[in-house]
Design a protein. Structure first.
Length: 72
């Protein structure tokens, strides 16, 4: 059986990989789906997901985060 090849990569256009297909769902995909669903339902969603801050965290925030484990 001859499959059509992708012009850019030279690989078959549709490839199946058994080991990859058996992996569990990616947790961040699940979280993103829940976030989208919540927004569609009108929920006010605060996204604390991945980011690339351009400024360091405020000193007070770092101090409070360091104190939190000690107080529990």
């Amino acid at each position: 059986m001859v499959r059509a090849l992708d012009a850019g990569t030279g690989y078959p256009k549709h490839m199946e990989f058994r080991r990859i297909n058996n992996l569990p769902p990616y947790v961040f995909t699940i979280i993103n789906d829940l976030k989208i669903e919540g927004r569609r339902n009108g929920d006010d969603i605060m996204d604390f997901g991945f980011g690339n801050p351009d400024l360091p965290s405020p000193d007070i925030a770092v101090e409070k985060l360091c104190e939190a484990p000690k107080s529990t």
